[in-house]
Design a protein around this ligand. Structure first.
Ligand code: UDP
Length: 316
């Protein structure tokens, strides 16, 4: 049997990282997970520890990173990724996107590995162009509460392109739009876990602002498929991966109220600073280059996700 290709996944114990670990194991790779467990949880990858094709390093990628042996691919998914986390740990958020990316690019060079970075729709900030395509440069407030994430991710794209241009490193950049599914953290402050957690605890549903701001939610399996295709494509510029099915946050809250059958009502809280008014990916590039588009409807995806939350020990 040929040797398994070896992939390093940072942020392996997080929501997206853990789903990527599962996918690469399923595809026959040797997966090396890395996480400092600040926002990730070992429960997301506990099922992998019994496999000999999986190993795990408890390490902070903002510090020098070393992995013995060959590495063919690096997927950098370590980062806090919700507004509540950026407020709690802003410096770590900046460091993992900047210093962490630099360390991993250095590792990729030494190992001659291909590196894919997790960028984000946050690079578009509060967008003046709708829907957002990859040629839009964005509207970001560098010193606002989201600035630590947005600017780290913009720097991350810049340094990754520089390593590609000046060091001939093989690189890929995915811009991830709002994604949901099992293993999201209930307390991460994002709309979906907040609403589902509130429904399960019998609390009112907290919509921020008047709820007219929009988002477009992608189910995690669709996202992972897009990332997988991008890694094995030869395309170097950023690619949006997300679901263009746009909805206002008020309607989203109503969908979750209907799904969960909660008798709680919506209550309105002030809109957080710099909360983007609208967001929807233009996925033309992903469709043309990767032959990719999302398959899971919000109805299906929300049901799977709610079943996951409902079965957490806290609610049994
Ligand atoms: N939101 C809300 N109530 C909550 C949590 C979030 O109305 O309890 C809003 C938030 O202000 C934003 C939208 O839902 O307009 C999506 O928030 P999320 O944190 O999920 O994603 P992001 O703002 O990073 O796109």
């Amino acid at each position: 049997m040929p040797e398994r290709k070896r992939v390093l996944i940072t942020g392996a114990a997080g929501f997206l990282g853990s789903h990527l670990c599962d996918r690469f194991i399923k595809e026959g790779f040797h997966v090396i997970g890395m996480d400092n467990l600040i926002t990730g949880s070992l429960s997301n990858i506990e099922h992998l520890f019994k496999l000999e094709q999986f190993e795990f390093y408890h390490h902070d990628v903002s510090k020098f990173v070393f992995v013995p042996g060959e590495l063919h691919y690096i997927l950098h998914f370590a980062s806090p990724a919700s507004p509540i986390d950026y407020l709690k740990i802003p410096i770590q958020t900046l460091k993992v996107g900047s210093l962490g990316t630099h360390n991993l690019l250095g590792l990729a060079r030494v190992k001659k590995a291909r590196m894919l970075i997790a960028s984000t729709s946050e690079v578009y900030g509060d967008p003046n162009v709708h829907p957002q395509n990859e040629d839009y440069w964005g509207n970001v407030n560098p010193i606002g509460p989201r600035g630590v994430y947005d600017e780290a991710k913009r720097f991350q794209e810049a340094i990754t392109m520089a390593y590609h241009t000046y060091h001939d490193l093989e690189t890929r950049i995915v811009r991830i739009f709002n994604t949901y599914g099992p293993r999201m953290r209930l307390d991460d402050g994002r709309a979906l876990p907040a609403f589902m957690g509130q429904a399960l605890r019998g609390q009112d549903i907290t919509v921020f602002g008047d709820g007219s701001q929009t988002r477009s939610f992608c189910y995690v399996d669709d996202l992972v498929e897009g990332i997988y295709r991008l890694l094995f494509s030869d395309y170097v510029n950023p690619v949006n991966i997300g679901n263009p099915d746009e909805i206002t946050i008020k309607e989203f809250a109503e969908e979750i109220i209907a799904l969960t059958g909660t008798s709680q009502k919506i209550i309105y809280h002030p809109l957080p600073t710099d909360d983007p008014k609208q967001r929807r990916p233009d996925i033309t590039r992903a469709q043309q280059i990767l032959g990719w588009k999302p398959k899971v409807s919000r109805k299906e995806g929300l049901k799977i996700t709610y079943d996951y939350f409902k079965n957490l020990p806290e609610f049994k």
